[in-house]
Design a binder for this molecule. Sequence first.
Ligand code: NAD
Length: 281
Amino acid sequence: MQDLSSKLAIVTGATSGIGLEMARGLATMGATVLVHGRTDESAGKAVAEIASTCGHDRLHPIAADLSTLDTVRSFAESIMSQASQIDILCNNAGVFRTERTLSADGYELHFAVNHLAPFLLTNLLLEGLKASAPARIITTASAAHKGAKLDLDDVMFSRRSFRPYAAYGQSKLANILFTRALARRIEGSGVTATCFHPGVVATEIARGRGLTAKVFNLARPFFKTPRKGAKTGVFLASDPSVDGANGDYFVDCLKTQPEISANSESLENALWDLSLDLVEA
Ligand code: NAD
């Protein structure tokens, strides 16, 4: 097991599922962990749960609703004021909804929580990460990017008819494109960015009344446990064998080619520019 006792990690969406187990995995290796939840209560409960198994008390609850960009900004400020270093940032919080829902900013919820929030948070914490280099940024993406379309003219599904899996898949494709675009921008800084598919994991992510959520929830007993789902994320955050891995997508702890054209650089840059516009709007 790696010794992370000199490291500070942030895990978003650490109150349940994959994030809770990533936070536990990193804490078990000795890391100080900022355990993020949507509310103080849920973050506090997650800290108590992890503390009961990890063997130390360097766990700190931190709360923010990441669907709203102003809250992401205050979340980043709060982290910068609490943390003297940031060695590991795990962008894990995510949603799956069967109905088209808009955030308080008027953005489609999958795009807002799953892509724009980690995009903004990472950029706001980047100086802190660079100052702590070597540092790692890990984003929980998904195999749901396969076959998904990023429609830069209608990322919010305002004109296309809303299909939950298409909206979720678009946001998860955005996670991979973001990781690649970020990797180019931080090359040589000592900070690296990777992303991963955790497998199909028995969590509470599928919310709503639609068919996709019903099927997911019925099949849950056959899926990976959250602890197994967290394994690749913990590996990317801690393992020396992936020192320097930058811009890569992993499945089962192995570098894997995502189903994206090898020449996606212009799409990655276009997403980056659109995301900058949307977070500054
Ligand atoms: P989960 O519902 O157990 O966890 C999601 C976490 O995100 C929770 O802590 C939740 O509170 C947090 N979150 C959601 N909306 C938020 C908001 N507005 N503000 C702050 N926090 C918010 O589900 P999970 O399956 O563990 O999902 C974690 C990540 O794994 C997601 O990014 C998801 O897309 C990804 N993923 C999951 C699967 C799977 O099969 N479960 C597969 C591939 C990828």
